[in-house]
Design a protein around this ligand. Sequence first.
Ligand SMILES: [Fe+2]
Ligand SMILES: [Fe+2]
Length: 224
Amino acid sequence: MRGVCDVPRLSLVEGLKRPDEGAQPPPEMEPNVSPQIPDRASALTLLESWVENEGLRKHMLAVEASCRHYARIYGEDEDLWGMAGLLHDLDWERYPDEHPRRGLVELEELGYPDAILQAIRAHAPDRTGVEPDGLLDRVLFACDELCGLVYACCLVRPTGIDDLAPKSVTKKLKDKAFAAGVSRDDVTRGVELLGIERVEHIQNVIDGMRTIGEVLGIRAEDRP
Ligand SMILES: [Fe+2]
Ligand SMILES: [Fe+2]
């Protein structure tokens, strides 16, 4: 380590020079451009290359739509929040035992922002040890399981999502045999994380999913 005395001393004359006198022109600076965040089209292409199962694709689209809806409510970045939802289960089909770690490696390599990676880690705290913290983490966690339940509710109704009300979803939530794969504990925890009434959260998820009812095939006119 250099001591203070090792620092080359300026001569008096040099010391009195104005800072710009005799100074070398600064090197050409690279413009300060932040790295390009992948857009939705490339996120969708990525999803389609990793996920073949139609049900899982729809689930990811449903969570995307719900996260987008929440971003609009909270005045946040809709594209960013939507992408977290769209890609949160990227590796579920290929690497169920390693989910979501394999997907996270891929997304990090592709330059997806930290906020998305963090939210994806936190949607599976039992697997990653990362608990939901920020608002996007909480929203993604809260929408994930509930989207599955809302989707299942739509499938057993002739009118699908068109006139689905939170009351019907709450009834199915209490019926543990209905869509038994949906973790009721996670739904409850999601509501607590958001700090809003359960009925409000259910309505928000319905509203979000309704925006892509056609894509999900859950409108009355899509029903058999
Ligand atoms: Fe997941
Ligand atoms: Fe999911």
